[in-house]
Design a protein around this ligand. Structure first.
Ligand code: SF4
Length: 481
């Protein structure tokens, strides 16, 4: 529960020429969990692109009047968490340029590994980059390619050759077209639903549900889809090498979403079952850390026969703490967010189920919270295997030295002592792969096993690991003195 989120995107084309701004708004509300820093919508009314974006939740940024004023039958939207760039309006999405194709607006989810190289290339080629955000880079690379060809698919194919990393894009043009594409590895999710009224693209299927549109299928890795007056055209424009992010299943996506591997809820139940098989514990009660861990706790309970109870009550009106960029804010928020239910915990041997441990600071506080509330023993069970390496694909796990599993060299007993838990058990890689069920060759698990699907990320990780190892050694020496 300490990780941070990528962004969420939404795009809609109304075949019936209905106003779409309220539907974009609904979609963004459904995927708000993917980013709470800023929100934005762009629509096309047949003549011009309207754009409004602002800081905060979708409901903070848009009033009813705003939505009524945003005319258009094609629209895109974004909710953002800054894994690249800053937490400021300058970096909020969608981004827009006036040319080519009478204008382009883009909403992006993911993270570019070769951001700096592309930024330098564009700046030196006379295309200034004004934000610190990779959406602007992708937009300008796409604009560059569309200046050379009228063929959208050819342009996107060229764009994919120039980008390294994770990217799911929805793009609106000043010709009233909607374009969606997904990187060849398909790190982040992107699905679509289509009926006679409209087609909707979204990071997660819950954004279709809220608009009463059935999920049709997932956008394929390396695929581009163009929607215009002629209809819907799909093409694979890059060789696909499916490597879906395992963390979407463990933690990020909503449990009621359907991703490439199927129902997130069912997969989390399986994660819980596999965890109970590999790391059983003698206990009186299973307590999930709300909300992500509930299905896994259910799975653990089905396998172990131990009952699940709500021993931690979440204050619904506190923002999810990992969203907050500063550690000091996070520490303060944890205390306010969860309240232990003493009547459930007092004198009990407790298994607490959480999705992941990044730094260890949150889990440490949780164990203390449960013990202070009267738990006799606290057995920590984690549905994700130890995170030992950073993510360069849009999840904010930014350095080795922040990771407790890296700092402790993967020594689970050492981590347990730091957490002050009575026992600690992590999911095994085999248990994770089995629960997701699409084969390890189709998953990215680089933050667990250092097997980065793209070469630039592998190279950066190697250099960072060396530096972090030296930093940690230096710190240990300092403490020894
Ligand atoms: S490195 Fe980890 S968090 Fe990042 S995309 Fe791969 S599995 Fe997901």
């Amino acid at each position: 529960m300490e990780g941070r989120e990528a962004c969420g995107v939404f795009g809609i084309y109304s075949f019936r020429k209905d106003e779409v701004a309220p539907l974009v708004y609904n979609g963004l509300i459904a995927i708000q969990h993917r980013g709470q820093d800023s929100a934005g919508i762009a629509t096309f009314d047949g003549k011009q692109i309207h754009l409004k974006k602002g800081m905060g939740l979708t409901s903070d940024v848009f009033s009813e009047d705003d939505l009524l004023a945003m005319k258009g039958t094609v629209g895109i939207g974004s909710v953002r968490y800054p894994t690249c760039g800053s937490s400021s309006l300058r970096d909020a999405q969608p981004f827009k340029v006036d040319l080519p194709r009478e204008g382009l607006a883009i909403a992006h989810n993911g993270n570019l590994v070769n951001f700096t190289a592309l930024k330098d290339e564009l700046n030196s080629g006379g295309t200034p980059i004004i934000s610190g955000c990779d959406s602007e880079i992708i937009l300008k690379v796409l604009a560059d390619e569309l200046n050379r060809t009228e063929d959208i698919f050819q342009a996107v194919a060229k764009v994919m050759k120039r980008l390294e990393g994770a990217y799911c894009e929805v793009i609106l043009t000043g010709r009233g077209e909607l374009i969606a594409f997904r990187d060849p590895n398909g790190f982040r999710p992107l699905c679509f639903g289509r009926n006679e009224d409209c087609i909707i693209f979204a990071s997660e299927s819950v954004a279709l549900d809220i608009n009463d549109v059935e999920l049709t299928e997932q956008v394929k890795p390396g695929e581009a889809i163009l929607v215009n007056e002629k209809g819907v055209e799909r093409r694979l424009v890059a060789k696909s090498a499916k490597r879906h992010c395992m963390f979407e299943y463990v933690y990020f996506s909503r449990p009621d979403s359907i991703l490439d591997a199927g129902s997130v809820y069912n997969i989390r139940v399986e994660l819980g079952k596999n965890l109970a098989k590999s790391h059983p514990a003698n206990a009186d009660v299973i307590i999930p850390v709300p909300d992500t861990s509930r299905p896994a706790a259910e799975g653990f309970s089905r396998e172990s026969g131990i009952k699940v109870e709500e021993g931690l009550i979440k204050n619904r009106y506190i923002m999810r703490t990992f969203i907050m960029p500063e550690q000091s804010i996070r520490d303060d928020a944890i205390k306010k967010k969860l309240n232990p239910l003493k009547t459930i915990l007092k004198g009990k041997r407790v298994i607490v189920i959480d999705d992941s441990i990044v730094r260890g600071t949150t889990t440490n506080k949780l164990v203390k919270l449960l013990k202070d509330a009267g738990a006799k023993e606290v057995h920590v069970r984690i549905t994700c295997p130890p995170i030992i390496s950073p993510c360069f694909y849009g999840i904010d796990i930014s350095s080795h030295s922040e990771l407790i599993a890296f700092r402790c060299n993967g020594n689970v007993e050492e981590i347990r002592k730091i957490l002050r838990a009575d026992s600690l058990g992590y999911q095994t890689i085999e248990g994770l792969v089995d629960a997701i069920g699409i084969g390890k060759e189709h998953l990215c698990m680089a933050c667990l096993n250092e097997d980065y699907p793209t070469p630039g990320a592998a190279k950066i990780a190697k250099e960072m690991k060396k530096r972090s190892g030296e930093e940690i050694k230096e710190k240990k020496r300092y403490w020894e003195i």
